[in-house]
Design a protein around this ligand. Sequence first.
Ligand code: NAP
Length: 258
Amino acid sequence: MSPHVLILGGTAEARRLAADLAARPGVRVTTSLAGRVARPAPVAGEVRIGGFGGPEGLADWLRAHRVDVLVDATHPFAESITANAARAAAATGVRALVLRRPGWRPEPGDDWHFVGSLDAAAEALPRLGRRVFLSTGRLGLAAFRHLTDLSFVVRSVDPPGPPLPPDTRVVLARGPFTVTDETRLLRTHRIDVLVTKDSGGEATAAKLTAARDLGLPVVVVRRPAPPAGVTVVPDVAGVLARLGLSSPRGSGAADTCP
Ligand code: NAP
């Protein structure tokens, strides 16, 4: 009987893990996407789309589809689904891992201002600059709508919906971005302050290097802590090692999963 791994996705790591598992004989892999992005990047293996209906719905899905391992590889700021996954795993006894890339760390020359929420970021902004690059995604932008004296550039994969701050320019783009791309964007729009979530990872880190090079302050929204008691691993290799699948693809090591 093939072990069935359910990956809660929406990140590059989730896609990498799905590609690795799908290439192994004897492993069935399903990736679940929330359905937020109109045209998601291709994913190897089976894909299902849409919410489960809370932790109970996810628990039902795990039972109905005979899932052996649940890997929560969602974005570090996707707090609800991570909490739901922990509860569903506890309710069903399904083995669960959280794949969470480490957060970013400031380097010499960085001028970072850590805050606890998008609201707190909005509160900090007027003291730091007037032309803002808001790279926090297309959701939650209402937190900035009262900042009528500031100009915003918002970058997201799909267009953000209202309410937005009145002076907002939208740039539609999907990472990864290079330092050259980011420096050009910051210069073109004469940005003097950035706002980012502490997403971590390489794909969107170039903006931080560009900000350092240009001497710009960065407001960094701290990530929520994972639920108590969950097993967190920092990368795909960590998940594979936990599952006894760390040897190269196709070596037959899949027999040890889960
Ligand atoms: P969220 O607030 O934690 O989740 C809200 C609800 O969306 C969940 O309760 C669940 O609905 C559904 N959901 C979320 N992820 C799902 C998944 N992978 N498969 C099936 N249902 C899912 O999440 P969010 O912040 O809106 O993010 C949504 C998705 O976008 C996540 O999968 C995440 O990996 C990805 N993403 C998020 C961010 C971010 O900054 N938050 C950035 C990049 C990518 P039910 O309760 O009905 O099951």
